[in-house]
Design a binder for this molecule. Structure first.
Ligand code: PLP
Length: 456
């Protein structure tokens, strides 16, 4: 069957408004319609098989056919398909999940607020930072600092946190109060001969200057992904978060860790904060919490922050923030089952065992004429494609070299994703086995050579 001619493709082209897509291009080329999944593979309508090198959107940690998650959802649907958590009511299963999350979270987290997406969790964290400072009688302490190239979502507040042009241009964003600090990327940002530690110190000094210039009494929170995902899979330089936290501590600025990608094992620990020595006041997480099988996110806060919220709600009569589906019982049941499977199968140990295959495989191509940098940690990695390795100059964006790579990989049977700047991202399901990683890398290496021939 020709993909572009299937009934689903025709319906898609006629009726669907795609998220985060070049709408004109999909209209011209047609969509890839995926109809089923099995392990780390998905299949299109014609039966072609693809190894899913991105776990969908960094989320299907358990792959695409974990029956226990379907059964957990079904059982919960029969028992209690919906209930809410407003005004003192709560589905029993959501309380179980809240306890479980606090149990697996880095030290210091005491309470869990549920939402439906990473964007909503980050929006909630922005509002929390404002509400918290109002409650403490600091009405001017409201500015948020994130980093250029950060990705925190696409709602008005989370897109404002995001530091990528596509989230701002023509969207009239970022909103006031949102500031962006420098991207921590040693390979591109460091001066010649500057060590990772010296570079990290320089970035922390710059952050301190920014806070001082704005006025410490006006800065509420710093948002950071442990590894920056959609901005290019940027692993922080050594000591970066240690230095940053010293600055935040000095000026009473909240550290908010966006663990939407890193949370639940991606970097080899349960949370990226543990991998990089971050001591967050607030954590947002989503994606692999349910292995992507149900939409759900969470914002976790320390008991100290929670106490401030509780006092304020006593004064105001309500903590006036929440979604109809906050703590929805069906995704809660799926999340609990997901976390149970992660533990039973000791998935963190599995990630640590197989991660070297991915990391060494990516770095083995670092000599390729088009690979500027091969990087990553755990089961997340990237190739940054460049036109000139000596100057690190990238390709003309109009040439869409990364998109061509993705097409070539797809034809070979691998789904990978291009990020802005012709960066090829790898973020496979956590359950991936060594031989499957080798298959993914072989397809990627073939696609790289093919793309190089096309560029030349
Ligand atoms: N934060 C990070 C680090 C993300 O990677 C994403 C999505 O990819 C989000 C937030 C937004 O999550 P969602 O798409 O569920 O709103």
């Amino acid at each position: 069957m020709d993909q572009a001619d299937s009934a689903a493709a025709r319906r898609d082209l006629a009726f669907h408004l795609h998220p985060s897509t070049n709408l004109a291009l999909v209209q011209a080329e047609g969509p890839l319609v995926i109809s089923r999944g099995e392990g780390v593979y998905v299949y299109d309508e014609a039966g072609n098989r693809y190894i899913e090198g991105m776990a969908g959107l960094w989320c299907a940690g358990l792959g695409f056919s974990e029956k226990r998650l379907a059964e957990a959802a079904y059982r919960q649907m029969l028992a209690l398909p919906f209930y809410h958590s407003f005004s003192g009511k709560v589905p029993a299963i959501s309380t179980e999940l809240a306890e479980k999350l606090v149990g697996v979270a880095p030290e210091g987290m005491g309470r869990v607020f549920f939402a439906n997406s990473g964007s909503e969790a980050n929006d909630s964290a922005v509002k929390l930072a404002w509400y918290y400072n109002n409650a403490l009688g600091r009405p001017d302490k409201k500015k948020l600092i994130s980093r250029r190239k950060a990705y925190h979502g696409v709602t008005v507040a989370s897109a404002s946190l995001t530091g990528l042009a596509f989230a701002h241009s023509d969207w009239d964003l970022p909103a006031p109060r949102f500031l962006h600090a420098e991207t921590p990327h040693h390979w591109r940002g460091a001066r010649p001969g500057e060590s990772e530690e010296a570079y990290a110190q320089r970035l922390a000094d710059e952050l301190e200057r920014l806070i001082l210039a704005e006025g410490p009494d006006t800065v509420a929170a710093f948002f950071a992904e442990p590894v920056m995902g959609a901005g290019g899979v940027l692993v922080p330089p050594a000591t970066y978060f240690e230095r940053v936290q010293q600055v935040l501590g000095k000026y009473d600025v909240l550290m908010i860790a966006d663990e939407v990608i890193c949370g639940f094992g991606r970097t080899g620990n349960m949370f990226g904060s543990q991998t990089f020595g971050i001591r967050p006041d607030v954590i947002t997480c989503a994606k692999m919490m349910t292995s992507g099988y149900q939409p759900m996110s969470a914002m976790m806060v320390s008991q100290r922050i929670y106490s401030v919220l509780e006092d304020q709600s006593r004064k105001l009569g309500v903590f006036g923030h929440g979604f109809t589906y906050s703590g929805h019982p069906v995704p809660a049941a799926v999340a609990l089952e997901t976390l149970a499977i992660y533990e039973e199968r000791d998935l963190l140990a599995h990630v640590r065992r197989v991660a070297p295959v991915l990391q060494e495989g990516l770095r083995a191509m670092a000599d390729h004429p088009m690979v500027g940098e091969a990087r990553g940690v755990g089961l997340i990695g990237a190739w940054e494609l460049v036109r000139d390795k000596a100057t690190k100059a990238g390709f003309d964006p109009k040439a869409a070299v990364g998109a061509q790579f993705v097409r070539n990989a797809q034809r070979r049977g691998a789904i990978l994703r291009v990020l802005p700047g012709d960066i090829i991202a790898f973020s496979p399901p956590l359950v991936i086995e060594e031989h499957e990683l080798r298959e993914l890398l072989a397809h990627a290496a073939g696609a790289l050579d093919e793309t190089w021939q096309w560029v030349k």
